[in-house]
Design a protein. Structure first.
Length: 274
């Protein structure tokens, strides 16, 4: 049972109004379920109970798991990566923040809208999704592709994705294969000209600058089929006064052989061909 701020407030109000039952979403808006109310305690369909007299402060920018009769915030800190991970609700599909940095668009587009846009370019056949995250691009790409290979190195992200209702198809869709590891190493295992299309949506330059480098672009070029299309999300990170980060990326892509390079998504991404 996954709850967010508005669901918890709905339950609080129902308790105050002495209702005996309430129908609310228990998976961030995907489905609704009938919740029984016994005094200050709510009883979920899976048997979990929450005593609301013991629930104090709730963070409206967090998602919560009803687990073992407790309300647990879906977050973790990794000593290995020295980063904090948290599942965050949005207007539609949830996002994940890594040390406070959201991994999806939330202003110009919702995470769902953002994933749809990122998979609207040349998706067909066998597709490589270089960075899984919560799996939204892989999920939408699988609707057009025969097979999607997606790669994720961070176990913390995978564990949060397993709890996220909107990531279910990432694990249930037979057209999607998840490979665990660092894409810089994993990509060297693929054959020349193996993929019909590539989606490259890396973390910010600050977090993963090597994924914006010439050597990695050479590998993307190598595994892409002739006339195959690369979608590369760049974002606006790295833009400084007098510096055009996206133009530097275009220059490197051109140097390794990509052609027909175009800026898309309000100059936050490029598409190009081999």
């Amino acid at each position: 049972m996954i709850l967010e701020f508005k669901n918890i407030n709905e339950l609080k109000k129902a308790i105050e109004e002495k209702k005996q039952e309430l129908e609310i979403s228990v998976d961030l808006g995907l489905n609704k379920a009938k919740i029984k109310i016994e005094g200050n305690t709510v009883v979920f369909p899976d048997g979990n109970k929450l005593d609301f007299s013991k629930i104090k402060k709730i963070d409206e920018k967090s998602c919560y798991l009803a687990y073992k009769n407790k309300l647990v915030k879906i977050q973790t800190f990794s000593k290995e990566t020295n980063k904090h991970y948290k599942l965050v609700p949005t207007k539609d599909w949830s996002t994940v923040t890594i040390s406070g940095v959201p991994m999806h668009q939330k202003t110009r587009a919702t995470p769902k809208e953002d994933a749809i846009k990122k998979t609207s370019f040349g998706i067909k056949g066998k597709v490589l999704d270089t960075c899984t995250g919560l799996g939204y691009t892989a999920i939408f790409a699988s609707k057009k592709a025969d097979k999607v290979i997606t790669v994720e190195y961070d176990d913390n992200i995978i564990e949060i994705a397993k709890l996220n209702p909107y990531s279910r198809d990432l694990f249930n869709n037979k057209n999607i294969e998840i490979l665990r590891g660092d894409i810089k190493s994993v990509i060297k295992q693929f054959k020349n000209n193996e993929f019909d299309a590539i989606i490259h949506d890396p973390p910010t330059f600050k977090l993963a600058g090597e994924l914006y480098g010439r050597e990695f672009y050479k590998q993307l070029y190598r595994v892409l089929k002739n006339d195959g299309e690369l979608f590369h999300y760049t974002g606006r990170v790295g833009i400084r006064k007098g510096r055009r980060f996206i133009d530097e990326i275009i220059k490197r892509l051109n140097e390794v052989g990509f052609k027909d390079i175009k800026k898309v998504m309000d100059e936050q991404a490029v598409v190009c061909k081999k």
